[in-house]
Design a binder for this molecule. Structure first.
Ligand SMILES: *Cc1c(COP(=O)(O)O)cnc(C)c1O
Length: 436
């Protein structure tokens, strides 16, 4: 399987190059040159297969000979080592829980698969891979836990000191081994600026093999298709069809993966793009005008994106046919007040605690169903994070219902260790060069 750049369709690179470069030099995004349909026999019997078996078939169909069969099987069995269950709220409404991995957010799927793919490609190149990541919260946890103990890799995570939740901080600072955390005296933007400068620095690039674990990496997108197929298999077992998926969205990688699954033959009736006040995509879907805006801070902060980087991929999947995209994807956006009210309503109606991102997906589903009263469908909203990661959002009566998962107990068993740095680049550069 070869990959092209959305800015240059005639460019072709290997999977290995697409993974290590993250982004082509022309600043487009890598996309698979051919999207193969899944074998119809497999799709007809998908309900007989396990999550890992489904993941393997999907990855193998997409990647072809880019990774040897047994290696791909081993990578998937190791990376996709936790479930993505469908929880029924009523007879036709389900929540697809994607937060049962080590960092308690769906980003674990992408980060764990990508880290193992990188480790595999590194084998014939003995120079250690240095992964640099800036995080505002969820990405850092998924990437550090995804790379933890992966041979021949070292991860340096920069986070804004005092601006991530306690659980998020512990996920960055208690790992040890090949993971190093740096608390930067500044904002997330300062962290990101330091990482960008490092990638542009000649001396650092000569001495270190730097790579980013950026969310636009194609190896993070591919494994997110797995749980859409697995959800379909779980519903097929219950005799349910005509699926509507509502996806809480920020950079639109998650929705992009759902649409890639659709292009590979997954039967879906409707996709719903659910956003907070950062409504670039819902406005585009309603009006046809694509206009990016500076991001606005909200309760669902992992979705505070005004210029979603993966939207280009979604248009590309449908050959930039705007009408086709507008028909298959409906968009809705919600305020913080609506999000908070939804958290309360979901709890009061179903006894279910949803994180703010998840609550927005539920609101979008509700709005869509109201607009289509005659609809016969199976409605699924994706839950992207465990509510315990956002403790400050919930009213007291709901907060005390949040059960802390084992992953959190584990965090308190280990000492915290992190470096504190200012936002000047020279200090960061010295740190990176210090143990050479
Ligand atoms: C990253 C994230 C999102 C947004 O996902 P995209 O793929 O960027 O659209 C939603 N919810 C949570 C909890 C996240 O961490």
């Amino acid at each position: 399987m070869r990959f092209y750049s959305t800015n240059n369709p005639s460019l072709r690179v290997s999977f290995q190059d697409a993974v290590f470069n993250s982004m082509p030099l022309d600043r487009g995004l890598y996309m698979p040159a051919h999207i193969k349909m899944l074998d119809p026999d497999f799709m007809a019997n998908i309900d007989r297969f396990s999550f890992q078996e489904i993941a393997f078939r999907v990855a193998d169909t997409l990647l072809g000979d880019a990774i040897p069969t047994q290696v791909l099987k081993d990578i998937i069995n190791d990376a996709i080592s936790f479930d993505a269950p469908l929880v029924a709220l009523d007879g036709h409404t389900f929540v697809l829980e994607l937060f049962h991995g080590p960092s308690l957010a769906f980003k674990d799927f992408g980060a764990r698969f990508m880290s193992r793919i990188m480790a595999y490609f590194l084998q014939d190149n003995e120079k250690q891979l240095d992964v640099l990541v800036a995080t505002s919260g969820d990405t850092g946890g998924a990437v550090s836990l995804g790379f933890l103990g992966v041979p021949n890799t070292r991860v340096t995570i920069l986070f804004p000191e005092g601006k991530v939740s306690e659980i998020q901080r512990l996920q960055l600072t208690t790992n040890g081994k090949n993971i190093r955390a740096i608390a930067v005296d500044g904002t997330f933007d300062d962290c990101q600026a330091l990482v960008k400068k490092a990638f542009a620095d000649t001396e650092l690039n000569e001495k270190l093999r730097l790579t980013s674990a950026n969310s636009i990496n194609i190896a993070r997108l591919i494994p997110q298709t797995f749980y859409y197929f697995h959800a379909y298999a779980q519903l097929k077992r219950r005799g349910l069809k005509d699926i509507v998926f509502a996806v809480p969205s920020g950079n639109f990688g998650n929705l992009g993966a759902g649409l890639l699954a659709y292009r590979m033959g997954l039967p879906v009736k409707q996709f719903i793009a659910a956003t907070n006040a950062n409504d670039t995509v819902p406005r585009f879907l309603a009006t046809g005008n694509y206009e990016e805006k500076p991001s606005i801070q909200t309760y669902a902060n992992a979705m505070d994106v005004g210029a979603p980087s993966n939207w280009v991929r979604i248009m590309e999947l449908f050959d930039r046919d705007q009408i086709a995209v507008q028909q298959l994807v409906k968009g809705y956006s919600f305020t913080d007040a609506e999000t908070l009210a939804a958290i309360n309503r979901i709890y009061n109606s179903y006894g279910y605690v949803a994180c703010p991102h998840t609550a927005i997906a539920w609101l979008a589903l509700e709005a869509y169903v109201k607009e289509n009263p005659k609809l016969q469908s199976t409605n699924v909203f994706l839950s992207t994070a465990h509510p315990c990661k956002f403790p400050d959002i919930f009213p007291g009566n709901i907060k005390k219902e949040i059960k802390l998962p084992a992953q959190v107990d584990e965090l308190y068993q280990h000492p915290e260790k992190y470096e504190q740095l200012g936002k000047d680049f020279e200090g960061f550069k010295l740190y990176l060069l210090s143990d050479l």
